[in-house]
Design a protein around this ligand. Structure first.
Ligand code: ARG
Length: 461
């Protein structure tokens, strides 16, 4: 047991208590952030004269050697230490002696861990955003290739009106675009440095918090030391953004699963992204999409967990906050893996364009346009709606589409039909007449794609 705080105690910690309290098994993930924070802290301490330049240099080279030894495997982070902060400090003192004992001057583990977690989160916010930008690129190339690929659009999972594959993909582009913007907002809002908040009430040393903030690429220091050590809002915001990303991925996965089913056959998932059955030789299962959908639960769970952990905590730091880590780490890794795998699955998926357009034709998706045709020929909309209802019923009985009817058959239901009805209700006409902003018509999609391209250019580094 290596602890930083034995002085006040007359008995050693019970082993179970030690294990229950320790966080090294998971906060070792913050090793790089802990070093970075300590480097900034001692650089600042020397600049305000709290330690000498010589002591600073000794500490910096001690930290350097610890980093190298951990990287090379010579030094292992073990559960002999309570947490990552104790690990670094104990090893530093071991290596450089008295100067090492000055590392923690004007600092508490409370502001130290607040900083480490914030540095970690800030990087992962950006990493997640980069993965999303890559996924957006995949979606955009499908849009560009399928501006004229007709498919049925659904409401209530019933065929509704014809759209294009580009239009359908464009909806997901918008969702993930908002996710990228949300992450950006979080980065901006969280970008303040808690180091220097001390245990809760700042410190009596003349710390230059502006300098530490600057060294760590923050926009400035946090402005209240009690809030500085006990704010986890930024992590809740990130988990909420991750939950939203995962919800989007899950909806998309659900569609891929439906589209890939034997009944739909709109898409075929590549062999590299499918799995087989141990008993049924004919099976090719969409396991990746199902797992992405399934993992949504644990990501939502992480958000709910932290919200609940935080809700009863009085100011300032309380040990409850140690619980901010494990599930957050898991949620971050889960969502990032899901984005990457979904991206790979999507970019290798085959779209059965003929099946899609045939499905649009077969599902009376032009019924609204047929009613609009009658309206344009002087029939009031409510009457037109009723007439097309009869037309559809007639077709269902005969097992045909509206397009398969003869003009005589149509005229028998309403004399308002003319020869031009067939052109008016072709799938191409139905789609391409929809030209309002955001609609699937060819020209409207061209400008949607141009906007999407601009967004990607701006956000791809
Ligand atoms: N392991 C702790 C955490 O993750 C570090 C801070 C400990 N501070 C304290 N006063 N015990 O929150």
């Amino acid at each position: 047991m290596a602890q930083l705080w034995g002085g006040r105690f007359t008995k050693s910690t019970d082993q179970m208590v030690y294990d229950f309290n320790a966080s090294i098994s998971f906060d070792k993930k913050l090793f790089a952030q802990d070093l970075r924070g300590s480097r900034a802290h001692v650089t600042m301490l020397a600049s305000v004269g709290v330690i000498t330049d010589k002591e600073r240099d000794e500490i910096l080279s001690g930290l350097q050697s610890i980093e190298e030894d951990v990287k090379s495997g010579k030094l292992v982070i073990t559960s002999e230490y309570e947490d990552i902060h104790s690990f670094v400090e104990a090893n530093l003192i071991d290596r450089i002696g008295d100067a090492g004992k000055k590392l923690h001057t004007g600092r508490s583990r409370n502001d130290q861990v607040a900083l480490d977690m914030r540095l970690y989160t800030r990087d992962e916010v950006d990493n997640t955003s980069n993965l999303l930008v890559h996924l957006l690129g995949t979606i955009l190339s499908i849009m560009e290739e399928n501006i004229d690929t007709i498919m049925p659009g659904f409401t209530h999972l019933q065929k509704a009106q014809p759209i294009t594959l580009a239009h359908h993909m464009g909806a997901y582009f918008e969702m993930f675009k908002r996710d990228v913007l949300r992450l950006h907002d979080i980065h901006v809002r969280m970008n303040y440095c808690p180091l220097g908040s001390g245990a809760l009430a700042g410190t009596t040393y003349p710390l230059d918090r502006m300098k530490t903030a600057e060294l760590l690429d923050f926009d400035g220091p946090t402005l209240n030391s009690m809030d500085g050590v006990s704010d986890r809002d930024y992590l809740i915001e990130f988990l909420s953004a991750l939950a939203t990303i995962q919800m989007h991925l899950s909806r998309f996965s659900e569609e891929v699963i439906i589209w890939n089913s034997n009944e739909y056959r709109f898409v075929e998932i590549d062999d590299a992204y499918s799995t087989g059955s141990s008993i049924m030789p004919q099976k090719k299962n969409p396991d990746i999409a199902e797992l992405v959908r399934g993992k949504t639960g644990r990501v939502y769970g992480a958000l709910m967990s932290l919200l609940t952990t935080m809700k009863g905590i009085p100011l300032a730091y309380n040990k409850d906050m140690q619980e901010d880590k494990e599930q957050a780490f898991d949620a971050i890794e889960t969502v990032q893996n899901c984005i990457t795998l979904f991206d790979g699955m999507l970019s290798t998926m085959t779209f059965n364009k003929d099946v899609m357009s045939e499905s649009a034709k077969k599902g009376f998706t032009n019924a609204t346009d047929a009613a609009d045709y009658l309206v344009n020929h002087g029939v009031p909309f409510r009457d037109a709606h009723g007439i097309i209802g009869q037309v559809v019923l007639y077709c269902i009985k005969k097992g045909i589409s509206i397009d398969d009817m003869t003009l005589d058959e149509l005229k028998a239901i309403s004399p308002a039909f003319e020869e031009d009805i067939f052109d008016a209700i072709s799938m191409e006409t139905c789609v391409n007449k929809r030209l309002t902003v955001g609609a699937p018509g060819h020209d409207a999609m061209e400008s949607e794609i141009a906007n999407s391209k601009k967004f990607l250019e701006l956000w791809s580094k």
